[in-house]
Write a protein that binds this ligand. Structure first.
Ligand SMILES: [Zn+2]
Length: 167
């Protein structure tokens, strides 16, 4: 704010010794969708770029400023895989991190169980995604996924399906 030279010390919040300006490094918000077909197979994308290039992920993305997380969910699924969400339920949230131009930023991942009108309209976004797969949840392990939070969300979904209490 005041253009004073920054001291070497880092922290959250960051406070400027010269002018007192304080900046909080709050998490970004991201959404992910768990979309399951009639055969209980879950929709995964194969990531086309790092982090996790070549690994599986749940479709989703970042919430824009001024946007509802629910709107971001519908928008991202439409943009990323060309599917129209007709109904969704909040599942769970998990803390994550993401490197923006080499800077590790905290992220809050919000996961929704999403229902689509039809999986037949599937259309992949060029560049971002290499491929997609419908897989039984039991066939997917943490080593297959680009993000640990996606694995946690899948476990939360499986637990809910098995009638385990929410934690
Ligand atoms: Zn300052």
């Amino acid at each position: 704010m005041c253009a004073a030279a920054r001291s070497a010390e880092q922290g959250n919040p960051f406070s400027c010794a010269a002018c007192g300006y304080t900046h909080y490094f709050s998490p970004f918000t991201a959404v992910g969708a768990l979309i399951v077909d009639e055969q209980e197979q879950m929709l995964f994308i194969v990531r086309g770029k790092d982090p996790g290039k070549g690994k599986l992920g749940l479709p989703g993305g970042f919430v824009d400023a001024g946007e509802m997380a629910e709107q971001a969910l519908v928008r991202e699924i439409r943009e990323e895989v060309g599917l129209e969400i007709v109904r969704y339920e909040f599942l769970a949230s998990f803390p994550n991190s993401y490197a923006f131009s080499g800077v590790i930023c905290p992220v809050t991942d919000l996961f929704f169980v999403a229902h689509v009108a039809s999986l037949s309209n599937f259309q992949l976004q060029e560049g971002e995604i290499d491929d997609w797969k419908l897989l039984p949840v039991a066939n997917v392990g943490p080593q297959d996924l680009a993000f640990d939070t996606h694995w946690k969300a899948i476990q939360a979904y499986a637990g809910q399906r098995n009638g385990e209490p929410r934690t």
